[in-house]
Design a protein around this ligand. Sequence first.
Ligand code: NAD
Length: 417
Amino acid sequence: MTEKQNDSYKDVLDRLEAVNKYLNLPDGIYGRLRIPKRSIIVSVPVMMDDGSVQFFDGYRVQHNTARGPTKGGIRYHPKVTLNEITTLAALMTWKCALVDIPFGGAKGGIACDTTKMSRDEIKKMTRRYTYELLPFIGPEQDIPAPDMYTNEQVMAWIMDTYSMAKGYSVPGVVTGKPICIGGSLGRKEATSRGLVVVLLEAVKNMKLSVDGLKIAVIGFGNVGAIAARLLYEKGAKVVAVSDSKGAIHNPKGLDITNVLKFKAQNKTVTGYKPADNITLEELVSIDCDVLIPAATEGQINSKNAKNIKAKIIAEGANAPTTQDADKILNDKGVVILPDILANAGGVVVSYFEWVQDLQRFFWKEEEIYKRLEEIMINAYKQVNVLSAEKRLDMRTAALMLGVKRVAEAIEARGLYP
Ligand code: NAD
């Protein structure tokens, strides 16, 4: 995110321009990559529990379809804007291409505060939003998935609404849905597992050891909490974690099994013992080897980057590091495992879910994790080789690989008509 303008799509364009200095794409293709294919804005009226009608702004951006149908999450958050959704849709295009799955990128969202809404209000909002998007989504068109403050229940409502309109069940319209209606084994842990695979490759490459590796996690939600648990199980020392209410720190390491229980009971990690309560800002500069941002965009920025002590940043969140922070961290020699690589495990297993839904044939969990690991290691190695060959940071190398593959697809298909 460019901090001055708070215009995250400008950041996408700047980074694209930077990789195009190496790729030298023809103007027609470069131009196509800069502009999303389709941006849909819908107004979503909902009859609230008190009888009033509220209107929510909903968005779905389909960034690029050159490599296949579009794929990307749906976010429910008060700060959702078209600019943010467009940025996240573009990142999905590069991410799907980087891990070489046959999708383009999309993202959707509704500006709302679900913490202040009842289950019934969220259900009605989801169904009406889906109805408004009916002409634009589908297993061959655009396949939503969960993102911040949406979950498998929301996906089940989307799948049901779409299926009702079609007159038959269409499980392949969304991924991240419950197993009983066509969800995939392993989807819930996929993003974190993928992140851990990539992180451990980097750790090996840097001649470090996972045993006692000090980890700090921003955002103890689906991605952050599961990554913390998996690393804890592998012998790493998770020294600090945070959620939207605050952060906790124990330099001797937190017992993540107990933190998970505490969070389930208290809805926050703050107050957990044995640990000290610290501020979110203090967590960013805590003494650790690996920092895992797994909450919102721009949390690592020019104000805090210089204080970061981690040797590796593994981006669980999308766009957690601003361009200014990137420069500071690259100069300090911090290895950044970029979002489009580090958190791609979620979309990889979403792809597996979609394939299983289309074939009506479901795989075992071991098979899913094995194929996921193969794809993640392969992507990491490709990025690492390019980064070493061209002396580029990992983000630029990852972006180059992703953008190049999308450009090749645009070129192969040609300009219509
Ligand atoms: P989530 O809603 O399950 O968890 C988000 C967590 O971040 C919560 O614990 C919340 O309390 C915390 N949080 C919110 N604001 C915070 C703040 N200012 N400081 C500290 N913590 C804060 O969401 P999630 O699915 O884990 O997604 C997290 C990030 O990972 C998002 O950027 C999302 O786009 C990205 N991502 C998610 C997936 C996935 O499969 N879920 C895949 C790829 C990328």
